[in-house]
Design a protein around this ligand. Structure first.
Ligand SMILES: Cc1cc2nc3c(=O)[nH]c(=O)nc-3n(C[C@H](O)[C@H](O)[C@H](O)COP(=O)(O)OP(=O)(O)OC[C@H]3O[C@@H](n4cnc5c(N)ncnc54)[C@H](O)[C@@H]3O)c2cc1C
Length: 400
């Protein structure tokens, strides 16, 4: 299954990749084996490593070459489903708890970025969500009320205030604080280098083929032999061939571009992460080297687009929409890609223990906030593996 096509931007920002050499020797036993070396897998490995566990991570591709290299790197606590909508869906206490976990996960991502001691282009940003139409202004006000009632820092801008702060005209906007941007590819490879130094066993181009239970251990059969582990984590992203779960997922596809560097981005309010109320939404951010990365135009098709001219066509559409928002900027796309993108039907990720197989766990951060979900999920899984109680596990469990 191809997870992306077109010309990706992030891999070009890192000449020397993190992993020195894929291992070929398998140890006799691991505390945890992680299938999938994308954002989810490396964050899980990082989190488990802090607890002193002996870990192996394997990937049938190169590490970080799955969907994580197509990620546009916005780290937001606000979700595809707004807080007031989530309150209607799962109740106030649970919804606020989930939003708080997401906010904390952005802090945990910052701590991780700092502790791996390599450049990841992690920068704190505020987010601006503008009302795509007059009819959506009320929704933003409702969201502002819900967020501030529960202690999340936010501002509501009227149309006049939007015009004061931004070069475009929209009926209203919601500003939230506490988000961040990252170069996801650098971030993954920074963590991988750290994991390697700390003795985590990393196996590239090794495919997980099946499992078996033997006494207290799991035998994982792979293309290079059998791993024996106490616990197994599936962080296989949108490629579900290894897990075939019955989760309520919708696998779609999405598009993104990165522009040529732009000398002066000073009119971009605090270089905020910008998105909108329309679904699917257009979203955009700036990069450390002064480009704009923007994405959107999701389509309900499960395969990454193959046709290069179709990707070019969708990318031109994103470029045009961007230019309409920022008529003063010389916007010229330099990279364009299309990728598979997984969402869940109830807008929450799938994280937790397999309903029947006690020692097997899933870390599937489906949704626009995938990285944030992977971070919070790695802490939930860490507790489950260590046998600690985690009340948040109920929120995102597979059989909900
Ligand atoms: C266009 C686009 C933009 C996005 N923008 C954002 C954003 O701004 N912010 C955000 O938070 N998220 C964003 N996301 C989502 C984000 O990319 C995902 O949440 C993230 O990549 C998921 O990481 P992962 O590790 O779960 O998946 P992946 O990176 O795909 O890693 C899974 C790995 O598992 C491996 N694998 C699968 N099966 C096997 C097997 N049988 N054996 C061995 N290995 C296997 C694969 O090779 C793969 O490398 C975006 C996604 C797309 C497509």
């Amino acid at each position: 299954m191809r997870l992306h096509n077109g010309k990706l931007f992030w891999p070009d920002t890192l000449k020397k990749k993190g992993i020195k050499e894929s291992r070929s020797e398998i140890s006799s036993h691991y505390d945890a084996v992680i299938i999938g070396g994308g954002m989810s897998g490396v964050l899980a490995a990082y989190t488990l490593l802090q607890q002193g566990l002996k870990i192996a991570v394997l990937d049938k591709r190169g590490m970080g070459e799955g969907s994580s290299s197509a990620n546009t790197g916005l780290l937001q606590f606000s979700n595809d489903i707004m807080l007031h909508e989530l309150i209607e869906q799962i109740g106030e206490e649970q919804a606020v708890r989930f939003y708080s976990l997401c906010k904390k996960a952005v802090d945990q991502l910052e701590e991780t970025s700092r502790s791996v001691k390599r450049e990841t282009d992690f920068i704190r940003r505020k987010s601006i969500c503008y009302a795509s139409s007059e009819a959506h202004a009320g929704k933003l006000k409702k969201e502002y009320d819900a967020l501030t009632k529960h202690g999340f820092s936010a501002d509501y801008w009227t149309g006049e205030e939007v015009r004061e702060h931004l070069p475009f005209d929209k009926p209203a906007a919601l500003v939230t604080y506490g988000d961040a941007e990252v170069n996801p590819y650098r971030f993954i490879h920074a963590i991988i280098s750290y994991l390697e130094e700390e003795g985590v066993h990393l196996f590239e181009h090794v495919e997980a083929e099946g499992t078996e239970q033997k006494d207290d251990s799991i035998l994982l059969h792979t293309s290079i032999g059998t791993f024996t582990a106490s616990h197994l984590i599936y962080s296989v992203g949108y490629d579900l061939s290894a897990v075939k779960p019955k989760v309520g997922a919708a696998i779609n596809r999405s598009y993104a571009i990165a522009t040529e560097p732009i000398e002066d981005l000073s009119l971009w309010n605090d270089r905020a992460l910008i998105w909108e109320t329309n679904r699917p939404y257009l979203y955009m951010r700036t990069t450390a080297d002064n480009r704009i990365v923007a994405g959107g135009l999701d389509e309900e098709k499960p395969e990454a687009p193959k046709d290069e001219s179709w990707i070019e066509n969708r990318a031109a559409e994103i470029e045009k929409e961007l230019q309409q928002l920022f008529p003063q900027l010389p916007i010229k796309k330099a990279y364009e890609w299309g990728a598979t993108f997984g969402e869940s039907l109830d807008n929450l990720p799938f994280i937790g223990r397999h309903p029947e197989r006690e020692k097997e766990y899933y870390l599937l951060g489906y949704g626009g906030n995938g990285t944030v979900y992977s971070m919070l999920g790695s802490h939930i899984l860490c507790d489950l593996i260590l046998g600690k109680e985690n009340q948040d596990a109920e929120l995102v469990k597979l059989d909900r």
